[in-house]
Design a protein around this ligand. Structure first.
Ligand code: M6R
Length: 609
């Protein structure tokens, strides 16, 4: 949560910081601010609301200077208002600080600092950091920052500038992400690479407990304790256009439309030409370790959790070993029992989700091997795993996860095939058959995307309903949960996902003429059961929106709307079904004039508990 950017170079900092903040806005968007240094003093502009509000303020009162910090906030301590927006400054306004994370002991620190005469202007935890640096400053900014950090408990990424150091930015990483962007005659710090991609593709990922002291021509990395750190830059192959809307009205729609390409590129990179094997070059866990795995548990949050739930069906089908799935925040606080030779799979788009990281650490403590399925390169999850499989879906900016979900599913299929081969649970012929079927997925998704008539009709006629129900069975049950999550998070319409078989155990009481029910009824081993449920809904006057397989004319008799997907093996049907569900949610949210990419109260990466 919260986005940080820092710039030092020869250009004016304000436009660069603003541009960077726009890329980071998905991380939090309740207030924003920037600080620059000019003629030996710090100037700050901040505003409640989105970056656009800050931009308006800066139009009226621009900031000069070639060094500065920017911040976009997701409030933790202190309501979203102008005084709680970052950057925060010390008593003399000489030191400016931006912060992502939480200072857990800020109350006691604040009390002590106030007794010592420091004056506070906000209700945030962050402001104590500026005052601590002021307190410890004795002609050495670096030393003062180190001393201040020693006092703080919690998780943080920080950017610091000081009027007395007009050519220095200090960045610190402790359990919240921070990257360094290396330019020519200019350098950057940022919460993630998308904020600096326009300027450089040479990135250094700071590790926890490290700090960077940079000027425009040099970058020095040390541990917080002061030990020098040698770290090479990584060349990032993401393109800035991937982090821009490119003509689409919303990132979410662009990211939905990218799915055929994402799936195709995963298959091209991971599947051999002859479709007889699967590669994970960055996996790192030895085959003999994997072949001895006797049980798998998956930890994840939100949409990634739904991918994990689907992963259970996939892995149990193809690897034939038990798979348990937990929401990360539950796993970390129960006393999980992991059997012998356990593999924990963590799934995360951002690789920064606090609960997922904590549950991975817990699984590690219990002796499991940790494999992570992650999208963001160099994220914290990747550093704490025994092995990684990158989804390589490119930057996902819309808060609602779409292409990351289908990419996670694709990786789960491929990993299950790989594990199934290692454990002798799938034959070579079956592998070939499955991998050939997967090759059809990009065209299947593209076909769906090309004809959205029924989905548009559904959104036009049903967008004003108060509540939606989503039903699915078997491998599409997780999709029922995902469809409901997508709808509620971007349209603010209450939606529930259920296993269809559970309908009679409660939710059927909700059904009446005002209740749309999205029924996943694609061709499958449970199709007849699903159509029975549909008839039960229809006979209670519910509005049935069926997702079915092309050629299924019968379903029309019991449905108000039928969204068809091309024929596909039941095992792979969650991918095209997910795309339909994403589009339903998207168009309903648009019809309701919602802020699709930045829905209220949410942030893209949840780096606090
Ligand atoms: O970055 P992660 O995949 O770990 O994030 C997990 C959830 O926070 C995320 O999927 C969230 O539920 C999305 N807003 C769903 O669209």
């Amino acid at each position: 949560m919260c986005g940080i950017i820092g710039y030092i170079g020869n250009e004016q900092a304000q436009p660069i910081l603003l541009e960077g903040l726009k890329q980071l806005e998905y991380r939090g968007y309740d207030s924003a601010g920037i600080a620059t240094l000019i003629k030996g003093s710090v100037s700050v502009r901040k505003e409640k609301g989105k970056i656009a509000a800050l931009e308006k303020l800066l139009d009226k009162k621009p900031l000069k200077g070639t060094i500065g910090l920017g911040h976009t906030r997701w409030a933790t301590h202190g309501i979203p208002n102008q005084s709680n927006a970052h950057p925060h400054v010390d008593c003399h306004g000489d030191i400016a600080v931006v912060h992502n994370g939480i200072v857990e002991n800020y109350e006691e620190l604040k009390e002590k600092l106030m007794q010592e005469g420091h004056r506070f202007n906000s209700a945030t935890d962050t402001e104590v950091i500026a005052h601590l640096i002021e307190k410890f400053y004795k002609d050495d900014l670096e030393a003062a920052v180190r001393a201040a950090i020693r006092e703080i408990k919690g998780s943080f990424a920080l950017g610091v500038i000081s009027a007395k150091y007009p050519d220095t930015i200090i960045g610190i990483r402790y359990a919240s992400p921070l990257v360094i962007g290396l330019g020519k005659g200019e350098n950057f710090i940022a919460s993630d690479i998308t904020a600096v991609l326009k300027h450089t593709k040479d990135i250094i990922f700071l590790e926890d407990n490290e700090m960077v002291i940079m000027n425009k021509d040099s970058v020095k990395i040390t541990t917080i304790g002061g030990r020098p750190v040698q770290r090479d830059a990584v060349k990032i192959n993401w393109d800035i256009s991937q982090a821009q809307k490119s003509g689409y009205p919303h990132f979410m729609l662009k990211e939905i439309a990218e799915q055929p390409t994402v799936v195709e590129s995963i298959l091209n990179h991971r599947v051999s030409q002859g479709k007889e094997s699967v590669y994970f070059e960055e996996l790192k866990i030895q085959e003999d370790v994997l072949s001895k795995i006797e049980n798998i548990n998956i930890v994840a949050c939100g949409t990634a959790y739904h991918a994990g739930l689907c992963g259970k069906y996939i892995l149990e089908e193809l690897v034939k070993i038990p798979v348990a799935v937990d929401v990360s925040s539950e796993f970390r606080y129960r006393n999980p029992i992991l059997g012998k030779n356990a593999l924990t799979i963590s799934i995360s788009q951002s690789g920064e989700t606090a609960d997922t990281l904590a549950s991975m650490r817990e699984a590690k403590r219990l002796g499991a091997t940790i494999l992570s399925i992650v999208n963001v390169l160099g994220s914290t999850v990747t550093r704490e795993s025994d092995g990684i499989i990158y989804t390589h879906a490119g930057p996902e900016i819309g808060v609602a996860s779409t292409k990351a979900y289908t990419a996670q599913l694709c990786i789960l299929y491929l990993f299950a095939i790989y594990m199934g081969m290692l454990k002798g649970a799938v034959s070579q012929q079956k592998v070939k058959e499955l991998l050939s079927q997967m090759q059809q997925l990009p065209q299947i998704i593209a076909k769906l995307l090309a004809d959205q008539k029924v989905i548009l009709k559904v959104s036009k006629e049903q967008h004003n309903k108060k509540c939606f129900l989503y039903l699915g069975r078997n491998i599409n049950f997780p999709n029922a949960l995902e469809g409901a999550l997508k709808l509620k998070e971007i349209s603010y319409i209450h939606a529930e996902g259920y296993a269809s078989g559970e309908m009679k155990h409660g939710p059927i009481a909700l059904i009446d003429k005002d209740m749309p029910v999205v029924c996943i009824a694609t061709a499958s081993s449970v199709y007849d059961k699903m159509t029975s449920n549909i008839q039960e809904i229809k006979s209670r006057s519910g509005i049935v929106i069926s997702i079915a397989t092309e050629g299924d004319e019968r379903i029309k008799h019991h449905s108000d709307y039928v969204i068809y997907i091309p024929p596909v093996n039941e095992l792979f049907s969650p991918i095209p079904v997910a795309v339909c569900l994403q589009l339903i949610a998207y168009y309903i949210a648009v019809k309701n004039n919602r802020d699709v990419d930045q829905p209220r109260n949410l942030a893209k990466s949840v780096t606090v508990e």
